[in-house]
Structures are given as structure tokens and as C-alpha cells.
Design a protein around this ligand. Structure first.
Ligand code: PBG
Length: 323
């Protein structure tokens, strides 16, 4: 009769054994909750493709962020939907822009939570691209100026950290030097460093009304088959002054999270994007999966891959389960 000397099952026999040898876990400390702010008053409108997520006016947003803070979540990230869009994306950087107003109100009304802002132009451009368009091309260097202006206006309003998501070349450097020149040397940048041209952003583009009106984002966001390029992108952003580097999306890019974590010594964020969220919600609504177990398994997997923090629409649910 053969008896294995080493039996992995010995250490799986009870929850307390399993707890002792557990290698990774999700904590409330890891979570960043994305929120969508709109002009107006008293507005709380559910985003159809993202159940449980809302377009909120600033007054409602304040109450929501208080709840998020009370759950112990350390940070939110804000996306704005402007009153109108144009070809200069002026809503992105004007002092009275929706994100700027929201940040001011949040910093006044809700202490003890970090307010991050997504820095991009697509929500503010009439054509929905992340940069200035001429003759059908998204222009890199002209766009940098607007991105820097946008980031500065967020920080002037009180943002604790800015997160450029546009994927223009050189934007971290331009944002870093603009912030420094204006006395904001202490404000960190979380760059969307390895951001892929992904179909998983579909529900977000409904939520942010930011789908490109022509073409797609493949001339600036990364080509999904590439991994080494993600390292080049990440290292560039680090040289340019990024403090935290992000991989986005998360699920189909777990290898990239692992690669970036092992090849750099920087804090790594992963964005568990809208499509990843909505697929779980849809299957759960059909009764096909156990939502809580699946969400925890996904987020634990993202942590195991190497993420230090996760931007996720599940954050509130997860925090309440962990409490
Ligand atoms: C803006 C931006 C996008 C997301 C975050 N910032 C959309 C895009 O690049 O098209 C996607 C977030 C999500 O899908 O949850 N550029």
C-alpha cells in the first residue's frame, strides 16, 4: 500500500488551518471606488449597464461618499459628465467644471477619504476621443497641454491624487512638471500605465457617455496581445514621475499585473473595469453564479497576481461583506 509522505490536505482540513497558511487576502484597505458625477441637483439615476452604479449630482454624491468612507474605503475616483461637450474639451479643465466643483464640495463635506480624479478628455470632447482630433487623427503633443491643464485644475480644486487615463505619450511628465511648477510637488500621480484597447470598457462608455463617435482608441491604447510593451509603458511612466502604476483591465491581464509587480518596485493598481463588473452582475441576476463568492475570488486573484490596490465597482459590497 502506498502512503504519500506529504499530504497537502492536512493543512486544508479546517478553516483555522486554512487561515494560517493563506497567502493572500483582500482587505478594505485595497479598495478604490469609482463614482460618476453629473450637473444638477437631487439626481440619482442608475446606469442601466452597471446595476448599483449611478449618475449622481454633487449633493447626492456627498451623501454617497460619506457612506463609502464609513465603510472604511480609503479612496474614491471621480469621473465627470459635463453639461456640454465641445472640440476643445473645455469642461475638462474649467474652474467651474463638474469634477472641479465636486472635488471642492467633497473636500469640504467629507474628510478622511482620498479623492482621486480621472484625468482624460473623452467625456468632454464632442467626438469622444481622449485627445485633440485633426483630420481624423488624435494629436499627441497638442493634447498634452490640455491634460496638464485638466490635472492642475483638479489639484487646485483639492484632488488628493490625479490619474491620467488618456494614453498620450509624455503625459505623466507634462502633468508632473505642471503640478510642480504650481507648488503641488506633494500631489502624487497614479498613471494608467498599461491601459489596453479593451472591449471590457463598454458599460463605462455608456455610463460616461464617452464612446468615440468615429474610429476607436487603438492608436493610443495598447494592443491586447502585447506584454513587453506594457513594461515599456510602465517604465516610461515611472521615469516621467508616476507614483503608482496601473494595469487595466484586470481579468484578461493578470499576467501583466504579475509582470509589472515583479519587474518594478512600484505600487501597482489594477482596474477591475466596467465590463468585468457587469458580466458578474448579469450572471448573478440570472442565478447562474454566487455573486459574493465570485467577486471575492476575482479580487483575491487580482491581489495574488500582484496588485496592491484595486479600482472596482464592487468596492462597497466588498467592504460591507468584510466588515
Ligand atoms: C477614460 C476612461 C475609460 C475608463 C476609465 N477611464 C474609458 C475608455 O478608455 O474608453 C474605463 C473604465 C471602465 O471600463 O470601468 N479614458
Amino acid at each position: 500500500m502506498y502512503f504519500p509522505a506529504y499530504r497537502p490536505r492536512r493543512l486544508r482540513q479546517s478553516e483555522n488551518f486554512r487561515r494560517l497558511i493563506r497567502e493572500n487576502s483582500v482587505s478594505i484597505d485595497d479598495l478604490i471606488y469609482p463614482l460618476f458625477v453629473v450637473p444638477g441637483k437631487g439626481i440619482k439615476k442608475e446606469i442601466p449597464s452597471m446595476p448599483g452604479n449611478f449618475h449622481m449630482s454633487i449633493d447626492i454624491l456627498i451623501e454617497e461618499v460619506k457612506k463609502v468612507r464609513d465603510l472604511g474605503i480609503p479612496a474614491i475616483i471621480l469621473f465627470g459628465l459635463p453639461e456640454d461637450k465641445n472640440e476643445a474639451a473645455s469642461g475638462a479643465y474649467e474652474e467651474s467644471g463638474i469634477v472641479q466643483e465636486a472635488v471642492r464640495a467633497l473636500k469640504k463635506g467629507v474628510p478622511d477619504i482620498l479623492v482621486l480624479t480621472d484625468v482624460c478628455l473623452c467625456e468632454y470632447m464632442s467626438h469622444g476621443h481622449c485627445g485633440i482630433v485633426k483630420d481624423g487623427q488624435v494629436l499627441n503633443d497638442l493634447t498634452l497641454e490640455l491634460l496638464a491643464k485638466t490635472a492642475l485644475s483638479h489639484v487646485e480644486a483639492g484632488a488628493d491624487m490625479v490619474a491620467p487615463s488618456d494614453m498620450m505619450d509624455g503625459r505623466v511628465a507634462v502633468i508632473r512638471s505642471t503640478l510642480d511648477e504650481n507648488g503641488y510637488q506633494g500631489t502624487p500621480i497614479m498613471s494608467y500605465a498599461a491601459k489596453y484597447a479593451s472591449a471590457f470598457y463598454g458599460p463605462f462608455r455608456d455610463a460616461a457617455e464617452s464612446a468615440p463617435q468615429f474610429g476607436d482608441r487603438r492608436s493610443y491604447q495598447m494592443d491586447p496581445p502585447n506584454a513587453m510593451e506594457a513594461l515599456r509603458e510602465t517604465m516610461l511612466d515611472m521615469e516621467e514621475g508616476a507614483d503608482i502604476v496601473m494595469v487595466k483591465p484586470a481579468l484578461a491581464y493578470m499576467d501583466i499585473i504579475q509582470l509589472v509587480k515583479s519587474e518594478t518596485c512600484y505600487p501597482v493598481a489594477a482596474y477591475n473595469v466596467s465590463g468585468e463588473f457587469s458580466m458578474v452582475k448579469a450572471a448573478a441576476a440570472k442565478g447562474w453564479i454566487d455573486e459574493k463568492k465570485v467577486v471575492m475570488e476575482i479580487l483575491t486573484g487580482i491581489k495574488r497576481a500582484g496588485a496592491d490596490m484595486i479600482l472596482t465597482y464592487h468596492a462597497k459590497d466588498v467592504a460591507s461583506w468584510l466588515k
